[in-house]
Design a protein around this ligand. Structure first.
Ligand code: PGA
Length: 310
């Protein structure tokens, strides 16, 4: 079969209207041009598609069959055009992305991959803690945010996309390394190096120990995951951080995770924007990209999470 998209489009219009004149009008063609396309198509197929009785035209049996296929093809072509138009839109623009400091361990990798797919999109990336992210959302200072579960009742659209397990870390020579299910009471005897009060990790950790009726000995407070990891490695105490911050340290054996009662604390990552905010095509594309690509970054350390969890 040697037919063209143009013939298919013309045939579909003539068959739908059962009129050469109306099809020609719809397609902005002359009537002889339309008749010519149909005639060539019939020659290509080796079968008549229309028959003329008096002034009216009718579909032949072959025409009716072919019409079913041509409609599906025309619909799919239309859909393809729409998707490509969207992609053209997504291929340009500037995105303001803000991520929790803990999410930055994977967010930059996602941005790099997204940039390769959409080289025309530029970014500004803010890396900050949960408290500041919530303020930025409220003041419309960013398009999209990647963070832990936002508070209930905030005017935000949120979608959970990946687990975020919080673990207890220790230096490799710490006496609790290798112990199974270290009990809460034992953890209470240790000094913990913790994140600053505006941090989502800190809030989740406090909520967890509060629910267990346990008070931790929080010796030192640090405003970044890197500082906590270095302090723990230097033997200043134990730490609680997201597993997503630990890839290198676990690989090189500079830090170890403890098998502690109740751990990991299971949190989830969310992609968030203000309700009612009209996302530009580039922002929508990035949001979809995060939802589909992020879980693949950590096949063992937290796949797709359920949006119901914290
Ligand atoms: P943070 O991020 O501890 O770096 O603030 C985690 C979160 O938002 O839950």
């Amino acid at each position: 079969m040697n037919l063209t998209f143009r013939q298919l489009r013309v045939f579909e219009a003539v068959a739908r209207h059962l009129s050469y004149t109306r099809a020609a009008k719809e397609l902005f063609l002359s009537q002889p041009a339309v008749s010519m396309q149909v005639k060539q198509l019939e020659e290509n197929l080796g079968l008549p598609l229309f028959e003329q009785l008096g002034k009216k035209i009718y579909l032949t049996e072959a025409g009716r069959e072919f019409y079913l296929y041509s409609r599906t093809i025309a619909e799919q072509l239309q859909e393809a055009e729409e998707v490509l138009a969207e992609l053209k839109g997504a291929g340009r623009g500037h995105l303001r992305i803000s991520v929790a400091s803990t999410a930055n361990y994977f967010a930059t990798r996602l941005l790099a991959r997204f940039s390769r797919r959409f080289p025309g999109v530029s970014f500004s990336l803010t890396v900050t803690n949960r408290e500041t992210l919530l303020r930025q959302l409220e003041e419309n200072e960013c398009d999209l945010v990647i963070m832990g579960k936002p508070p209930e009742g905030a005017d935000l659209e949120t979608t959970g996309f990946m687990e975020n397990p919080l673990v207890v870390i220790a230096a490799p020579d710490h006496p609790l390394v290798g112990e199974g299910q270290v009990p809460m009471e034992r953890l209470q005897q240790e000094v913990f190096v913790v994140r600053e009060p505006g941090s989502g990790t800190r809030i989740a950790m406090e909520r967890f120990f509060h629910d267990q009726g346990v008070t931790l000995n929080t010796g030192m407070e640090m405003s970044s995951n890197e500082a906590i990891k270095q302090a723990v490695e230097a033997g200043l105490g134990l730490g609680i951080v997201s597993i997503h911050t630990l890839e290198l340290e676990l690989e090189t054996g500079r830090l170890v995770t403890l098998d502690a009662e109740g751990f990991p604390i299971l949190r989830h990552w969310y992609v968030v924007h203000r309700s009612g905010k009209r996302l530009l095509p580039a922002a929508r594309a990035f949001r979809d990209f995060v939802l589909t690509e992020a879980p693949g970054l950590f096949p063992q350390g937290g796949g797709r999470g359920s949006a119901a969890a914290s």
